[in-house]
Design a protein around this ligand. Sequence first.
Ligand code: ADP
Ligand code: ZN
Length: 519
Amino acid sequence: MTPALETLQSVFGYAAFRPQQEDIIQRVVAGDDALVLMPTGGGKSLCYQIPALVRPGCGVVISPLIALMQDQVDALRELGVRAGYLNSSLHAGEVREVEEALRAGALDLLYIAPERLVMERTLSLLRSVDIALFAIDEAHCVSQWGHDFRADYLQLELLHREFAAVPRIALTATADARTRAEIVQRLQLEEAHQFIAGFDRPNIRYRITLKQNPRQQLLRFLREEHPHDAGIVYCMSRRKTDETAQWLCEQGFNALSYHAGLDAAQRAQNQSRFLREEGIVMVATIAFGMGIDKPDVRFVAHLDLPKTVEAYYQETGRAGRDGLPADAWMVYGLQDVIKLRQMMENSEGSEAHKRAEQQRLNAMLGLCEITSCRRQALLNYFGDSLEQPCGNCDACLTPAETWDGTEAARMALSAAYRTGQRFGVNHLVEVLRGSDSAKVQQFGHDQLAVYGLGKDLDNNQWRSVFRQLVARGYLSVDMEGYGALRLSDNCRPLLRGEESIDLRRDVAVKTRGQQTRQP
Ligand code: ADP
Ligand code: ZN
């Protein structure tokens, strides 16, 4: 694990980098300059915060947004980062305190307003200490053509002259080509590597399908679309990785496995075969992929749901680096959600951390369940945008049908409620479908009003209803129980008849061109 990734996880509590973050951070850690254009909300802060922590010395962040400095510093301190700020809102005594801390090497990050930075007093202080980097936030303020022009920003070119050895990273969310050229020229960032591409990977086709018979679904996908191509199949567990690889070999594919449980030599061998030979299918856990640069990976398949949208984007992003058409294909089902929720609940870590993890999982589920363009949703999540639906994802290519699931949803919720919110989806479906199983009898659930009320839908249709209710947060999975479903507060309006709900009609794809439809 790189120091940057280790810092991302241990200090900031995030599992994976967002698009571009990793490359940018690597550059700056190595001591190079960078110009970063990223949409608001895209995750620019980490691009200088992490290098500041990884490199020796204090990272100096120049920002015109004085009003935000205190918040930023407070947030960092809460994470245990030694941060401070210098701006005109501080009293003389406070300024001295921060300067003292800097001199004593007790700061990892220092936020400074530009007018304060260019004061001789500050400059001579900075000359006397170790500086990890200069981050120039809102770098477009240097542009005289923009409406955010700040005269003080023009003076920032002195950084290059006076601190030639210190890497600089300039960041902005709004910069057309002319502004960018101006930033480069005025801040003397000619040597800087520019990160200006948006997050879109237009050659990747996104598809997310309901998990029914995952192995057969995968086999069909590979045989019909990628019989001889190199690709990656991600699984959650090591065991499943090995088993799937072996099974694919039996089906005639050239499959290898990769996970942290293999010894180092075996891992290295499998990895290098994947890179060198053609048409290898690598079945792997998330341990595989970091730093692997193989341009002609034609598909990335997920047999299990990633925990976050970041992870999904990063893993699927390994497909099609050569710009040629590539597939990001995934199957997911209710069991994935339940398993992940349980893992998160049973993990170490504070309540706040668990809640944050659950929220990130919810965002991933949202991406699975939407019926509109997946690329738009994905880009939106990162603060990027796409004007029109992309035309290259399953939602665009084969629009999902929806149906009025209000009645079914009420039945499902009521089944969970009437059985005491202590049972999982299988049992609830049995109750709804009027099964005479031993368990139903044992608990007397054949006496309930909902018993047998849902005969109109079959097993899979009910599972689809439950999955969507969980994904949308109407039902939550009880972590201590064995996946027992509980009602969430927000299902009240639905139960009271004040709200209706449209559900996605799940389509089972049998073979290409020929589809069997469900509910
Ligand atoms: P920007 O400065 O580009 O507008 P921020 O740096 O404020 O964006 O980040 C926006 C949000 O994204 C923040 O809430 C941040 O915590 C979150 N974020 C950034 N990077 C990651 C990551 N790798 N994983 C998860 N969340 C992230
Ligand atoms: Zn689309």
